[in-house]
Design a protein around this ligand. Structure first.
Ligand code: 45D
Length: 321
C-alpha cells in the first residue's frame, strides 16, 4: 500500500476540534501596527503576573545582541519605528536581520526587549497612544485561553514578524542553534495507557533526550512531521533541521493512546498528553496530541502534532470509524 501525506493528515480527523488560536491570530492581524504592539505589551505584562519565561541565556542572545544594542541607542520614537517595521514585516535592514533569526532567537530578542521595556530603557507603546476598541476584544479573548494556548499565541505573533526571508534563507544557512540547557532531566519512563507501540515510545524517548538523530531514524526516508498550525515538513534531513531549531529541551509526557491496525499491517496511532517548553518549564503544560501513521515495518511515515482545544480533548480517543 502506498500512503500519501494528504491522506495521513486526515487520520483521527475528530482531533481537529477548532482551536481558538488561529481565530485570535486572525483578529490580531487585522489591528493596526501600533495596536498590535500595544496589545502584545499588555498581554505580556498581564500574563507576567502568573507566568514568565525563563531568561534565554547569553548564547541564545548572541545573534540578536547587535540589534538590541542599536535599538537601545535610538530615541523613543526611533525605537518604536523599528518595532513597527518588524510588526509590518517591512523590507528594512533590521527587519531582514530579524527575518533570518530562528524561532528561539526571535523569542530571545523580544524577551530582552521586554526586559529593557520594564527597565524603562525601551519604549513599550508610542507616546499619546490611544487604544482602539479592537484591542480590548482580542485581549479578552487571549485572557480566556489557558496558559499553554496563551504562550502559543505570543510565540506565533513573534514568529510572524520581520521581513519574510523564506526565499532567501535556502541559500543562506542559519548559524547553528545554541543548546537549551535542561534544568531538570526529562521524564525517561514512557508508559502510555492503552497502547504499546515501540516506534512511539522510542520517538518520545529520543525527543526527551534531544537525540534528534535517533528520532529521525524512526521515520521512513520520505516521512513527514506536521507541527501545530503548520504544513508538513518532509524528509529526514528537513525534520532533523527543524527539530534542532525548535524541539530542543522539550519535555514530552504522553499520557494515553489508541492504536488501530489496518489490514496491510500499517497502524494509525493517536496519543494525547502534555508538553513543556524550556521557555516556561514545569509552569506551563500544553495539551497536545500526536497522530502517527506507522508502516508495517514499524517506521513512522507521518506524525501530526496538534494543540488541543481544551483539556477534555485529552480523552478524545475515539476510533477512526
Ligand atoms: O511586540 O513531537 C513585548 C514539535 C512587547 C516537535 C513583546 C513538538 C511588544 C515534534 C511584550 C516585549 C516542536 C512540533 C512583543 C512536538 C511586542 C513534537 C514580547 C511541539 C512581541 C511535541 C513578547 C512542541 C515575548 C510545542 C517576549 C507545542 C513573548 C512547543 C515570549 C511549544 C513568548 C512551545 C514565548 C511554545 C513563548 C513556546 C517565550 C508555545 C514560547 C512559547
Amino acid at each position: 500500500m502506498t500512503y500519501t501525506i494528504e491522506s495521513a493528515q486526515n487520520i483521527f480527523s475528530s482531533t481537529q476540534v477548532p482551536s481558538q488560536i488561529p481565530a485570535i491570530i486572525a483578529l490580531f492581524d487585522q489591528l493596526s501596527v501600533d495596536d498590535r504592539l500595544a496589545l502584545l505589551w499588555y498581554a505580556y505584562t498581564e500574563m507576567g503576573k502568573t507566568i514568565t519565561p525563563a531568561a534565554p541565556g547569553a548564547a541564545r542572545l548572541q545573534f540578536a545582541e547587535r540589534m538590541l544594542k542599536d535599538i537601545q541607542q535610538k530615541s523613543n520614537e526611533d525605537q518604536m519605528q523599528v518595532m513597527r517595521e518588524l510588526a509590518r514585516r517591512a523590507d528594512t535592514p533590521m527587519s531582514r536581520t530579524y527575518g533570518f533569526f530562528s524561532v528561539n532567537t526571535k523569542l530571545a530578542f523580544w524577551y530582552e526587549l521586554g526586559e529593557l521595556m520594564k527597565q524603562g530603557l525601551v519604549t513599550p507603546v508610542p507616546t499619546g497612544y490611544q487604544m482602539s476598541p479592537g484591542v480590548q476584544i482580542v485581549l479578552d479573548a487571549i485572557k480566556k485561553l489557558d496558559a499553554g494556548q496563551q504562550i502559543t499565541v505570543l510565540r506565533n505573533t513573534v514568529v510572524d514578524m520581520g521581513f519574510d526571508t523564506t526565499v532567501a534563507s535556502s541559500s543562506e544557512p542559519r548559524a547553528a542553534e545554541p543548546m537549551f540547557e535542561r534544568d531538570a532531566p526529562a521524564p525517561t519512563k514512557i508508559e502510555i495507557a492503552g497502547i504499546n507501540e515501540p516506534a512511539v515510545s522510542s520517538y518520545v524517548t529520543a525527543m526527551n533526550a534531544d537525540d534528534f538523530k535517533s528520532a529521525v531514524e524512526l521515520f521512513t526516508t520520505d516521512g513527514a512531521l506536521q507541527p501545530p498550525f503548520q504544513k508538513p515538513i518532509v524528509g529526514r534531513e528537513a525534520i532533523a533541521k527543524y527539530m534542532r531549531e525548535e524541539a530542543q529541551g522539550l519535555n514530552m509526557m504522553p499520557q494515553q493512546g489508541i492504536s488501530e491496525k489496518a489490514p496491510d499491517g500499517s497502524k494509525q496511532v493517536k496519543v494525547t498528553g502534555v508538553v513543556q517548553t524550556p521557555w516556561f518549564g514545569v509552569n506551563v503544560g500544553m495539551n497536545i496530541s500526536w497522530r502517527f501513521l506507522i508502516n508495517p515495518e514499524d517506521k513512522i511515515f507521518f506524525v501530526a502534532i496538534d494543540m488541543l482545544a481544551s483539556p477534555q480533548e485529552l480523552l478524545n480517543l475515539r476510533p477512526t470509524k
